[in-house]
Design a protein around this ligand. Structure first.
Ligand SMILES: NC(=O)C1=CN([C@@H]2O[C@H](COP(=O)(O)OP(=O)(O)OC[C@H]3O[C@@H](n4cnc5c(N)ncnc54)[C@H](O)[C@@H]3O)[C@@H](O)[C@H]2O)C=CC1
Ligand SMILES: O=C(O)C(=O)Cc1ccc(O)cc1
Length: 332
């Protein structure tokens, strides 16, 4: 079997949903070396230690990364720059540094301005997660059968990129390479906008509830519940996503608003043909992309396609067998 974990000493900074899932996936994949955990939140560290996610626990990110040859940054996007600056002085020469942030352009810029030349930074983003956060939310199979997008730049070290891609393959993920600008635009419409709309829908429903003194949310149908799961997501993480992917989100939001105005106009003027034609077209698109009659609560945009090249681990082969039996899988 190919060794997917070509490093000896890991540090994970940020031990929330994603950091804890990485720690568990490393152990589940057979990684035997030390895992140093850094988090500025003492409670998160305490929980991580209770669960046994790592081998050492540090409030100081600088102390966590000392001696690591693989450093994984799993903090909110708005904390990446401060974390890069904090770890820079104690990074081992030639250490690989990677991240999992939901926005890529701003993180690449932050790392270029804070890490030393000798560090080898590879930007990554697992398209897998949930509305939950914190170290107790993690689980080892979170990334299995999911995409992980890697966004190289001309400065990216090829060997470091291969090591990071292999790590994600070891977690059962499928790899896609994309430039950061494209990543940020694609994710603005497939992930960031749905979260924004969910937050706003809950807000509007909650305002209506108090204005109309009615129980709008109590009696809301399943559609509301399914659709607004995303609105329970971590506010710090999502504030940071929107502040760091401004241009792409505003572009997607502008298009969305124009399309919404067309629906609004058709409803106002009783234009059933327009409504029917739009709904029929979008139903076809949705069915083609995801499949009919699937669990719509699943974050299916993360469902990977077959990867065409490269050797597969046993877990990848099993994942693909499962994928054939159940084409859309829930994140948990
Ligand atoms: N939640 C999700 O579904 C997904 C999240 N991501 C990305 O992963 C990253 C982490 O997200 P989650 O694990 O969900 O967040 P989380 O809220 O569960 O955990 C984040 C952890 O980072 C720590 N932290 C924050 N600032 C820090 C700093 N300056 N130094 C040290 N520790 C710090 C917090 O105390 C917390 O324990 C984010 O960049 C997010 O965009 C990527 C894919 C999915
Ligand atoms: O909970 C869900 O459905 C998600 O959308 C999870 C998610 C959140 C953020 C990401 O950058 C990637 C995946």
């Amino acid at each position: 079997m190919v060794d997917r974990f070509r490093f000896q000493n890991v540090a994970i900074v940020g031990i929330g949903l994603i950091g804890s899932s990485i720690a568990l996936a490393l152990r589940a994949g057979g990684f035997k070396g030390p895992i140093a955990i850094g988090d500025r939140n003492g409670d998160a560290l305490r929980v991580a230690s209770e669960i046994g996610l790592g081998t050492s626990y540090h409030v100081s990110a600088a102390k966590a990364v000392a001696g690591a040859d693989m450093v994984i940054l799993a903090v909110p996007v708005g904390s990446m720059q401060a974390t890069g600056r904090a770890i820079a002085p104690s990074l081992q020469a030639d250490a690989i540094v990677t991240d999992v942030g939901s926005v890529k352009g701003s993180v690449i810029e932050a790392m270029a301005g804070s890490l030393p030349q000798s560090a080898r930074f590879v930007a990554g983003h697992p398209i897998a997660g949930s509305e939950q956060s914190g170290p107790r939310a993690g689980f080892a199979t979170l990334f299995a059968k999911r995409w992980c997008i890697i966004t190289p730049t001309p400065e990216t070290d090829q060997d470091a990129l291969d090591v990071v891609a292999d790590m994600w393959r070891g977690f059962g993920s499928h790899i896609e390479m994309m430039d950061a600008e494209r990543h940020d635009l694609v994710l603005s419409i497939t992930s960031h906008l749905p979260h924004l709309i969910a937050y706003n829908l809950v807000r509007t429903a909650s305002d209506m509830e108090s204005v109309a003194e009615s129980e709008v949310i109590k009696f809301s149908a399943g559609g509301f519940r399914d659709f607004t799961r995303l609105a329970a997501s971590d506010p710090t993480m999502w504030r940071d996503v929107f502040l760091n992917n401004r241009v792409a989100v505003l572009e997607s939001l502008g298009r969305f608003s124009e399309d919404l105005a067309i629906l609004q106009r058709a409803i106002r003027w009783g234009d059933g043909d327009t409504l029917y034609e739009i709904f029929e077209r979008t139903r076809t698109v949705r069915t083609d992309v995801v499949g009919a009659g699937q669990d719509t609560a699943a974050p299916d945009f993360g469902r990977p396609r077959e990867e065409s090249s490269g050797e597969e681990t046993a877990s990848e082969e099993a994942a693909e067998d499962d994928a054939e039996a159940a084409p859309v899988s829930a994140a948990r």
